[in-house]
Design a protein around this ligand. Structure first.
Ligand code: NAP
Ligand code: MG
Length: 477
């Protein structure tokens, strides 16, 4: 079958309203941070997008003081029904400005516009709507009467879903009556600073939300600050462990959302075309920069050749390139550092004897890109089967029996997510019960809903985000 050519269909970059410079947001105002300014780049072109002011120790302290004041004087005492109105306003403003935010996110992060537009933005707004609904119902959330907020939350997020991770952190914190100081990732600070404008537009009282751009050291200052009650972190297991050490022995509460190496298990009775779509979505969505990505495909041995043929054909039709083009399936890798990490692990896979197949799709010359790659003949001991690659690279292993599938799926220090493809409901339920993963999808993958709790086991961290149980991370119960 011939592959159609697609004419370019770029979304306009002007929609992003890009400004030459952005500044930290403290106590309801944009201020000159006293840290060293950083330049954020477009990973698809390597051009500088904007200069961004960063926070220093004194800015962190000012922001925490503002958050403390806002918590004690305004936000903590405010009735839940009043807090809800602000959250609803924020949700609606995110929707109103969603085209602008989607384009800005794709520019700063490199993700395809169809994903920022159809996934990141709607789910970010949904998180504010969902949590707005809880703000006046906390007495009935099953934590006993009158559960209390914790106070000031320090929140640190990664670069893979910049605005969405912000929403996952800020919406539940505000709904439960906490105030926040949030540090976006160094390479993707822009949508968080437009979110700060939205807080102003919504008339949010000063100090309730503070945004401090900067590198890891700003995160560390937050973690160490003595007047913070709770640290919520999403990022790598390595940094999560450092943070857990720092927080040990203090009264700070901690939730960690860390890495993953999810198994996507395809049984011989699965509807194969749908399964292949789900496998492709599971690993190539967001360039594979997804903590819950289905990065280990476990296929029943009797169907492996058929699955591999379908998979290679499907992946060969994927288009890689300009993130702003609406036809693009795979955008840019977020940074040169991440690209180096992906290349190193792919080389390790080849050196350890796995069979590499990489799509021959055209790849742009400038910018950070990596063509979608599938490894077969992968053994459990190989680095590509054990370590998180966080890129568009799939490792395929086989199994013969359901119990072998479960054993292999659980043979990982992580435990964030998993997928099962089978026509038999009984098999799905029995396998799902044995998988040690926070989320198990059946005959689908990467489904997110603010009502569904998300979080991990083991080295994928602890605590849940979303759903009723996600409120608990911000309440004293
Ligand atoms: P990372 O290096 O751990 O960074 C995460 C955040 O922590 C960034 O804002 C980073 O700042 C900051 N940071 C770095 N060092 C710090 C320190 N010593 N103290 C406090 N904060 C510090 O992770 P990443 O490479 O950006 O993100 C990818 C990882 O996140 C992957 O492992 C992925 O699986 C995980 N992730 C997990 C989830 C989940 O929900 N479980 C969701 C998304 C991503 P800089 O930006 O300046 O480095
Ligand atoms: Mg950037």
């Amino acid at each position: 079958m011939a592959v159609f050519d697609y004419a370019p269909a770029p979304e306009s970059r002007d929609l992003a309203n890009l400004k030459p410079s952005y500044r930290p947001f403290i106590n309801g105002e944009f201020v000159d941070g006293s840290g060293e300014p950083l330049k954020t780049i477009n990973p698809a072109t390597e051009e500088v997008l904007a200069e961004v002011g960063t926070a220093s120790l004194s800015d962190v302290d000012t922001a925490v003081k503002a958050a403390r004041r806002a918590y004690e004087k305004v936000w903590g005492p405010m009735p839940g029904a009043e807090r809800a109105k602000y959250l609803f306003r924020i949700a609606r403003l995110i929707q109103e400005r969603s085209r602008e935010l989607a384009v800005l996110e794709s520019l700063d992060n490199g993700k395809p516009i169809k994903e920022s537009r159809d996934s990141d933005l709607p789910i970010a707004a949904a998180h504010f709507f969902y949590h707005a609904g809880w703000a006046d119902k906390l007495d009935y959330a099953g934590f006993g009467p009158d559960p209390k907020p914790l106070g000031v939350a320090g929140q640190i997020i990664p670069w893979n879903f910049p605005l969405l991770m912000l929403a996952w952190k800020i919406a539940p914190a505000l709904a439960t009556g906490n105030t926040v100081v949030l540090k976006p990732a160094e390479t993707t600070p822009l949508t968080a600073l437009v979110f700060a404008e939205i807080c102003q537009q919504a008339g949010l009282p000063p100090g309730v939300v503070n945004i401090l751009p900067g590198a890891g050291d700003v995160g560390q200052l937050l973690v160490r600050h003595l007047d913070i009650d709770k640290i919520a972190f999403t990022g790598s297991t390595e940094v999560g462990k450092l943070i857990q050490r720092e927080v040990a022995g203090t009264s700070k509460r901690l939730t960690l959302e860390l890495g993953g190496k999810a198994a996507n298990i395809v049984f011989d009775d699965a509807p194969l075309d749908q399964a292949v779509e789900g496998v492709v979505n599971g690993i190539f969505f967001n360039q594979g920069h997804v903590c819950c990505a289905g990065s280990r495909l476990l296929v029943q041995e009797s169907i492996v050749d058929e699955v591999m043929d379908k998979l290679r054909y499907r992946v060969s039709t994927m288009r890689i390139g300009d993130p702003l083009d609406k036809n693009t399936d795979i955008g840019a890798i977020n940074s040169a550092t991440q690209l180096t990490k992906i290349r190193e692990l792919v080389e390790a896979g080849e050196a350890e004897g796995a069979h590499r197949w990489t799509s021959s799709c055209p790849v742009p010359e400038r910018g950070f890109f990596f063509a979608p790659t599938v490894f077969s003949d992968v053994h459990q001991s190989m680095r590509i089967a054990r370590e998180e690659i966080f890129g568009p690279v799939l490792s395929v292993l086989t199994f013969r029996t359901p119990s072998e599938a479960v054993t292999k799926a659980n043979n990982t220090p992580y435990g964030l997510s998993a997928g099962i493809w089978s026509e038999k409901g009984s098999r799905i339920l029995s396998v799902a019960n044995k998988l040690r993963a926070g989320v198990v999808w059946a005959n689908t993958f990467n489904r997110f809903d603010p009502a569904a709790p998300f979080g991990g086991y083991q080295e994928s961290g602890f605590g849940r985000e979303g759903g009723r149980i996600g409120l608990e991370g911000y309440l004293s119960v």
